[in-house]
Design a protein around this ligand. Sequence first.
Ligand SMILES: Nc1ncnc2c1ncn2[C@@H]1O[C@H](COP(=O)(O)OP(=O)(O)OP(=O)(O)O)[C@@H](O)[C@H]1O
Ligand SMILES: [Mg+2]
Length: 237
Amino acid sequence: MRIPLMSIPRFGFGIKGLDEMLSGGLIEGTVSSIIGAYGTGKTNFAQYYIWQGLIQGQSALYITLEERTSRILGYMENKGWDVSQYLDSTFTIVNLDPSDFNLAINSVKNELPTLIKKTGAHRVVIDPVSLFEDLFHDDATRRREMMRFLESLRDLNCTSLLISEADKTNTFASKYNLIEYLSDTVILLKYARGEDANDVHLAIEVVKMRMSQHSREVKPYEIHQDSVTVYTEATVF
Ligand SMILES: Nc1ncnc2c1ncn2[C@@H]1O[C@H](COP(=O)(O)OP(=O)(O)OP(=O)(O)O)[C@@H](O)[C@H]1O
Ligand SMILES: [Mg+2]
């Protein structure tokens, strides 16, 4: 039986402008990616996604490959969020060390699905997935393994958000030009520079959203101490 798309739950970020651009949020059971250069706020968006789930009573799993657990928790607390209350129950945060090649590859491929099942995580973040992609020796292996990995995430009934570094020369693409093809939804974060070289803005775009309507407009956003604002009424330059 076909389930009407409108009735599939959406997993929002709790950032009004962004949720509007996504027609409510990420579609339950799908895999999405946020692609952006360093400092564009990828980790910030990931944390909003996690927090929004926690305050709605969902469980969340945050896999950090780059920053220590304590720092991630510190960032979230600095936003005024009492995350510690969820740590023994619905919030699990795991720090993987990608420098340990075998450990990291096996942890992500084999242990992560087990952990998702065990925690019953509704929302899963991997930040950044690029460090996992780095572990494969060649493009063909990376493509095959990442396809399998994303399929395993879809099978687990969680709604995943993969954080990806942008390509150094083409900031519209991810580091390996791969995750954007494999993901159901792609959100792109960009630095936008006006004619005046000092006029720098951050801009967000929903590039792709399988099975859904979404905004195709590029919108400015700002990161503040305790909020992120996406200006849906404004245009970028
Ligand atoms: N408390 C804050 N108040 C204002 N701006 C902030 C705050 N925290 C972060 N930012 C802004 O967000 C940027 C970094 O955000 P974030 O760590 O989410 O980026 P990122 O894309 O994950 O970076 P990286 O690729 O290095 O991991 C900072 O450079 C700063 O401009
Ligand atoms: Mg980050």
